[in-house]
Every structure is written in C-alpha cells, then in structure tokens.
Design a protein. Structure first.
Length: 328
C-alpha cells in the first residue's frame, strides 16, 4: 500500500489555554498511525498568546506548519485557509479545544482504507453543553434538512476526515458564505458517519456566542435553499384566501342583515398584518441580494499575514496575498 501522508487542519482562535495539550494528544494519536503526518494550525487573528505558542510548537517540530491570518475571519474561513495548504492524501479537520477526541481519527482512517472518501463525526452525546445549545443545535439540523436541497447528516460538525480528492473538489467552490459541512455533502463521493462522544471543552470559552450561531445557521439555510423565497408565494396565497373570506363575510352581512362590518379594529389589524408580512419577505429577499453582492465583489476569502514551515512559500506579504487570490 502506498505510504500515507495525513494532514490535520486545526483552526485556533484565542486557544492559548488548550493548544499545548491539544498538540500533544494529536501527535500521540498520529504517531500511532504513521510517522508521516503534518499538522497545520491556523491562527485566526487571536488576541491572546496563541500565535506565540504556535511559533514555539513549529520551531520544535518541522511537521508542524502554521498559518497566521491577518485578522479574525471566522472558523469556516480559517478551515478554508488550512485546506488550501494541505499536502496529504487524507485531510482531517478538528477543533483546537479537544471537544472532538483525536482518537476517533483512527476509526476514520480505517474507513478510508475501506474505500470511503469522507468519514464525518456524528455526535452521540455532548457533555457540558447547555440545554439551550443542545436544543438549538438539534432544531437547526432538522430545519436545515427540511429546507435544503442536499441532505446534511444530523448532528455532525466539521470534525471529519476527507480524501484529497474531496478537498480538491471543495477548493473549486469559491463561495463567500461558507457552510463547509453542507458543501462536503454537496460534493458527494462515498461518505460515512462515525459515532463519537463530544466531550467538554478542555479550557477556555466557546467562541460561538448566540448571535454567531444564528448567523451561521442562516448561512446554512440561505446558501443551500431557495425555500425562504418560495415561502413568500405561500404566505401571499394564504393572505389572499383570508381576504376572500373577509369579502364574502362582509357581503353576507350587508345583504342579509341590517348591520355593516364594524370597521376600525379589523382595518387596523389587517393593514399591520399585510405590512408585516411584506417587510419580512423584503428582508428575506434582501438577504439573498446581499449575498449576491458579496459574491460579486470577489474578494479573497482570507488574507495570510505569515506562513511558518511551508517550504514552497518563500516570499511573504504582497506576493503571498496574490498567491491566495489564485488559490481561492
Ligand atoms: N474558531 C476560529 N475562529 C473563530 C471562532 C472559532 O478559528 O472566529 C475555532 C476555535 O478556536 C475552535 C473551533 O473554531 O478550534 C470551534 O470553536 P468553538 O469551540 O469556540 O465552538 P463550539 O465548539 O463551542 O461550537
Ligand atoms: Mg468547541
């Protein structure tokens, strides 16, 4: 069998408390599989000492590579930056906080040898998360599957192993609103779920506060579905039917009794009702137009401040920024 090179991509944002422990555990697991591995850490514009820790790790071990982004671009962009720099036959995405146990990578590799191109982690149990996060995550996966055109496996995050071919396929998808787990479902190939227990964050706090989760969820839905737009038609039809019923009611009252429909309240409520619905759908249309606008600008997805340990990247700054434009 051909020698296997494993690339592991780890996005890090303010992870100074955990990064050393994560690194040790990762290296332990990888060494058991093969000596041929590389770990690519992406510092997503951390404000703490993460970048310095990563520098030290890289100086001690040449199989470690580090990409420092020019600012915080968000988890999905950090992962994208990592994917653009991998050289392995298989690529593993894993969070920096040890919520996804690195030991599962061994099972994923087994599936790869069996011929699967993607082995994604399925969370059977999530320790130490609030009931709200559990509930909202569950609701989210159900909603997005109901709405979107591709089936996105339930309860999966970005913890996964992918064949190099899948990564190359992802690189051809230039969208700005990136929802990687949906994109990986979209590309197809042979995929399989690997159940695992999601543990508690080792230290530090979640970088996904509620508003970021809501935005992420919206990205997932809006970039994989046109149903929110189509809903306007259904809601429009519904209010139309309501208005017909209202007209009939008014006519019947007028023709067969001596009373008129009493006016003010109904007028007031129905005006607000129609106005509200129209504004909501104007907003939905606006979201899609905003996305078209953002895609149209064709800005690079992320900018690199510095690369450590990559031999083929010799110049930094402008040159590497231009490279990135070609890469993405
Ligand atoms: N992360 C990142 N950029 C961000 C936010 C998060 O690179 O803007 C990284 C973070 O360091 C971690 C992973 O993405 O490795 C998942 O983030 P987190 O653990 O905060 O999310 P949660 O597990 O709570 O959903
Ligand atoms: Mg986490």
């Amino acid at each position: 069998m051909k020698p296997l090179l494993i690339s592991v991509v780890v996005p890090c944002y303010n992870e100074q408390e955990v990064i050393q422990a994560t690194h040790q555990r990762l290296v332990g697991v990888l060494d058991e599989i093969t000596p041929q591995w590389e770990i690519i850490y992406i510092d997503d514009g951390s404000q703490d000492q993460t970048a310095q820790h990563l520098r030290t790790l890289q100086q001690k071990e040449e199989r470690v590579k580090v990409i420092l982004l020019s600012r915080n671009f968000g988890h999905q962009m950090a992962v994208t930056a990592g994917l653009d720099h991998v050289s392995g036959d298989v690529v593993v995405l894993i969070d920096a906080d040890l919520q996804d146990p690195p030991e599962v990578i061994k099972d994923m590799i087994d599936y790869w040898y069996q011929g699967y191109d993607v082995a994604y982690g399925v969370r059977t149990d999530r320790q130490g998360e609030t009931w709200f996060k559990l509930w909202s995550a569950k609701a989210f996966y159900r909603i997005i599957n109901g709405l979107s055109d591709v089936a996105i496996p339930l309860d999966t995050g970005d913890f996964r192993l992918m064949d190099r071919r899948v990564v190359e396929a992802l690189k051809t998808m230039p969208e700005r609103d990136r929802f990687l787990r949906g994109m990986v479902s979209w590309v197809g190939f042979r995929q399989i779920g690997v159940p695992y227990q999601r543990s508690q964050r080792l230290a530090g706090v979640s970088k996904y506060p509620l508003w970021k989760m809501v935005r992420f969820a919206a990205d997932g839905i809006l970039s994989f579905s046109l149903i929110p737009l189509r809903m306007a038609i259904w809601v429009g039809l519904f209010t139309f039917v309501l208005s017909i019923i209202g007209i009939l009611y008014a006519l019947v009252l007028r023709l067969f009794t001596s009373i008129w429909v009493p006016g003010w309240t109904l007028l007031f409520i129905s005006t607000l009702f129609i106005g509200g619905i129209q504004l909501v759908f104007l907003g939905v249309i606006g979201e899609y137009i905003g996305r078209i606008y953002r895609e149209n600008k064709e800005r690079p997805l992320y900018l690199v401040r510095e690369r450590l340990g990559f031999k083929n990247y010799s110049f930094e700054t402008q040159q590497s920024i231009n490279n990135d434009k070609h890469l993405v």
